[in-house]
Design a binder for this molecule. Structure first.
Ligand SMILES: *[C@@H]1O[C@H](CO)[C@@H](O)[C@H](O)[C@H]1NC(C)=O
Ligand SMILES: *[C@@H]1O[C@H](CO)[C@@H](O)[C@H](O)[C@H]1NC(C)=O
Length: 371
């Protein structure tokens, strides 16, 4: 307000008359050379300002602005209001390497503890996962499902190596015709933990639901979805369509399957509340919001801290192998200390579930290591 009024006051200030100007002694600054200099400074700073404004105004990539009509999936599924029996519902995750086996087991255990009424189906890559790891996940009730690797479209080198396996996630859409047939699936990444029952997701009439993403940097809260939790009506026809469209669609390949899903479902996804994908990035961004969500949180997503990973994530990881319970304890200690202990409560949630699993199924899990 103050600046607006002072601006107005300046506008109405009486301008000096020609006579006043000519009677003043010429000031030292008003030499022609200084006028030219001042003009140059004005031109250069004007150019700089308009350049930065145009950069700011150029919108970053957005799947809605870059929408391509490639999606054949109706927003809701016909007759979707029929109740789906638990045998035709599945919680689905993924196991692409042995070092995630214990994390996935804790995830399965947490879903069982929350009485999620669905089968636990675990897609895995047979060439990358050992029998011991499968034994560990079976101990808590996962049904392993060998799936084909789905490679990124085009040049694999474009996608960071750690995302190479991520398109394999799309296999969840094949479940209508696999594993005895599944009508409703909730896919969750291996770095998640179930806190509360989310059976309502299996009753959603919407063909596809996911939670908007959050970034730690200037992008902050976005309308793009995070692919860590997906509520899916499996359909092999949709999978076939996606595999075909993936090859021709134009989207940034750096974010792997998440970028593709964002384009494919940009205009038709049900955007779910944050309690279904409690991304730790929310807490970094807005601890007050996090505190509100924590009371009702169904699924936590350990994005910024991995309490089950005893490695320094800034360094190359050792060759994947089954981690021991002792290494998990070490990972928990590391996670608790990370970011000056900012996530120690959330690491504690995972620790509680891990210990509960080990007291129930620890004897079976430990038996897997010798097998
Ligand atoms: C929906 O239900 C109606 C009546 O029960 C049935 O005739 C129709 O075939 C169903 N449609 C689908 C797509 O299942
Ligand atoms: C899960 O079901 C069991 C047995 O019915 C019950 O004792 C337990 O309280 C339930 N847990 C939750 C989180 O609802």
């Amino acid at each position: 307000m103050t600046s607006y009024f002072s601006l107005q006051r300046l506008t109405y200030e009486r301008l000096p008359t020609h006579a006043e100007r000519s009677t003043r002694p010429p000031s030292r600054q008003c030499t022609p050379k200084n006028f030219i200099l001042a003009g140059l400074v004005l031109i250069v700073s004007g150019a700089l300002i308009s350049w930065s404004v145009s950069r700011l105004r150029r919108a970053p990539y957005n799947p809605l602005d870059n929408y391509q009509n490639i999606n054949i999936v109706p927003v809701t599924t016909p007759n979707a209001t029929h109740p789906i029996p638990p045998a035709r519902r599945a919680l689905v995750s993924s196991l692409y390497s042995d070092d995630y086996a214990l994390a996935v087991s804790v995830l399965g255990h947490s879903a069982r503890t929350a009485n999620v009424s669905a089968r636990l189906i675990l897609p895995y890559l047979p060439n990358q996962v050992s029998e011991q790891a499968l034994c560990v996940v079976r101990a808590v009730g996962w049904e392993p499902w060998a799936v084909p690797l789905i490679l990124p479209p085009g040049n694999v080198g474009e996608v960071y190596t750690r995302f190479r396996d991520q398109y394999t996630k799309l296999n969840v859409w094949a479940l209508d015709k696999q594993m005895g047939g599944i009508d409703r699936a909730v896919y969750v990444d291996a770095d998640t933990l179930v806190r509360r029952n989310f059976d309502e997701l299996f009753e959603s009439p919407f063909s596809f639901g996911a939670v908007p993403d959050i970034y730690g940097d200037w992008r902050g809260f976005t309308i793009k979805i995070n692919a860590g939790v997906l509520a899916v009506h499996p359909s092999s026809a949709v999978l076939e369509d996606m595999l075909e469209k993936m090859q021709v669609a134009e989207y940034p390949h750096g974010e792997a399957e998440q970028a593709f899903l964002n384009l494919y479902f940009a205009g038709t996804a049900l955007r779910l509340p944050y309690i279904y994908n409690g991304n730790l990035a929310i807490k970094s961004r807005n601890p007050v919001l996090w505190q509100r969500l924590a009371e009702e949180m169904r699924i936590v997503h350990y994005t910024t801290v991995k309490p089950f990973f005893p490695y320094d994530i800034t360094k190359p990881f050792p060759k994947p192998r089954l981690l021991t319970p002792e290494e998990i304890e070490k990972a928990l200690e590391m996670g608790e200390r990370e970011h000056d202990g900012f996530f120690s409560e959330e690491v504690g949630w995972w620790r509680t579930s891990y210990h509960s699993m080990m007291s129930e199924a620890g004897h079976v899990i430990r038996g897997c290591y010798g097998s």
